[in-house]
Each structure stands twice: as structure tokens, then as C-alpha cells.
Design a protein around this ligand. Structure first.
Ligand code: FES
Length: 256
């Protein structure tokens, strides 16, 4: 199978998550392609519309689901705006999966500290689902999640379910609370001192705005989490997605 070749995928459902964010559930038109498709939490697909363009989107569905897969998308440019107008039954081009997965193996037997801002929870959703499925393999699992306002936070039902499991602790924060807001007000970084974890036995996964990633990582370093156990997910414009075109370069690093 040519990794650079897009395959037709049909929109099964479209769910509005927040005012600016929606989730597309897709399935490859070719049932065999869909049956064989696998991804690991943290990977992404290139999704394209002919005549508009192509962009990278993280996978936000459970990694073991076979009949379809999800992308949670925020309207931010030409491709995302065009995707926002598509309806169930319409077709997009999908190639992937690409990218380095989150190091879940590294987290086994250790505490997992997951920090996300805004849309950054989308690529971490598969991690939380996978963790919940094998909950006994990890120590404390804590999620620090923040956004601009309560209505901008993603996956309310999932967060309730994760909390109801009694095995994942979730701390929320927003910049601008509305109505009664029983959680923290401020930035994600401010949640770090409120969490109890074993720094020497913690793996941290960070995703969100780069300023949030930078300051959360600094806070974790202050708490003596080892730098080689702090993992971040970055976003860049991409073309090939397979380390060949250099379009995604950040210094000497291929972000794809
Ligand atoms: S997108 Fe082409 S090298 Fe990364």
C-alpha cells in the first residue's frame, strides 16, 4: 500500500463539539482498506478536499475501533473551513496514519500526567481510552485540562465517564468562567502544583498551545520530572507527512 496515496473516506457522522470545533467520523469507502486500517494514539492522518488542499489531523477515536475513525477539527483555515461545511455521506481523501505515537509503553508501571489546552485534548483522547482499558498497567493517571471558557472545553461526556471510572483524576481550568464554575480559573500551568505525583516515576504528555506546553514543561522540570519523560506534540504546516519535503522543519526536527 502506497503511504502517500489518499483513499476515499466517507463521512459517517458529523458532531458539533463546541462553537468552533466538530468531530467527523469517517470510514474508508473500500471496506478492506477500513478493515486493515490501524493507528496508535498520537498518530495523525492527512485529510484533503480536491481543489482546496490537505492538512494534518490527529486521530481522536479509540484505537481499537475497526469500522471507522474520528478527527476532531477546529475551524482555522481553508481546509478546516471547507471540512466544516461537509455533510454526512460526502467524501474526503485520507492518507495515513503518520507520526510518532505517544510513548504509552514508557508509561507502563508509572504515573501518567496528561496536560492539554483546548483542542490539545483531541490527540490525547485515544491515550485516555487506551489507559482506561488497561488501567491496571499504570499508576496514578491525572489530566490537567484548560481552555478559554467552559463552553470551549471538549469531550464533556467522555470526561464525565473517565471521572466516573474512579481511576482518572481530572483538574479543569478556564481563563473566563461563566456562571457557576467550581474549578480553577487561570492557566493549565497553575494546576501542576495541585497534583500529587511521583516525579521520578512520572511520564508527562503535553499537547495544546505552544506557550502552554512550554510553561507546563518548565513547571514539571521544577518538580523534578526527568526531561526525557516529558513528551510534547507540536503542530506545523505539512506536505508530505513522511519526512521528505522539509515543510514541517522546526530547527533540525521534522515535526511530522
Ligand atoms: S511534512 Fe514533509 S518533511 Fe514533514
Amino acid at each position: 500500500m502506497n503511504p502517500l496515496l489518499p483513499y476515499e473516506a466517507v463521512i459517517q457522522t458529523r458532531r458539533q463539539e463546541t462553537a468552533e470545533t466538530f468531530t467527523l467520523t469517517l470510514a474508508f469507502r473500500d471496506p478492506l482498506r477500513q478493515q486493515e486500517y490501524r493507528f496508535i494514539p498520537g498518530q495523525f492522518n492527512m485529510v484533503g478536499i480536491p481543489g482546496v488542499g490537505e492538512a494534518p489531523f490527529s486521530l481522536s477515536s479509540e484505537p481499537w475501533r475497526r469500522g471507522s475513525f474520528d478527527h476532531t477539527i477546529r475551524v482555522a483555515g481553508a481546509v478546516t473551513s471547507a471540512l466544516a461545511y461537509l455533510k454526512e455521506g460526502e467524501v474526503v481523501g485520507v492518507r495515513g496514519p503518520y507520526g510518532r505515537p505517544w510513548p504509552l509503553e514508557e508509561g507502563r508501571g508509572r504515573d501518567l500526567l496528561i496536560a492539554a489546552g483546548g483542542l490539545g485534548l483531541a490527540p490525547l483522547r485515544p491515550v485516555l481510552e487506551a489507559t482506561l482499558k488497561e488501567r491496571g498497567s499504570y499508576g496514578e493517571v491525572t489530566v490537567l485540562y484548560g481552555g478559554r471558557a467552559p463552553q470551549a472545553l471538549l469531550f464533556g461526556e467522555d470526561r464525565e465517564r473517565w471521572e466516573r471510572s474512579g481511576s482518572i483524576q481530572i483538574l479543569l481550568t478556564v481563563d473566563r468562567p461563566e456562571g457557576e464554575w467550581p474549578h480553577h480559573i487561570g492557566v493549565v500551568t497553575e494546576l501542576v502544583p495541585r497534583v500529587r505525583f511521583r516525579p521520578e516515576e512520572t511520564v508527562a504528555l503535553l499537547c495544546g498551545p505552544e506557550v502552554m506546553i512550554r510553561f507546563t514543561a518548565l513547571e514539571l522540570l521544577k518538580r523534578r520530572v526527568s526531561p526525557d519523560r516529558i513528551f510534547v506534540s507540536l503542530e506545523r504546516h505539512m506536505r508530505c507527512a513522511v519526512g521528505q519535503c522539509g515543510h514541517c522543519l522546526l530547527g533540525a526536527i521534522f515535526v511530522c
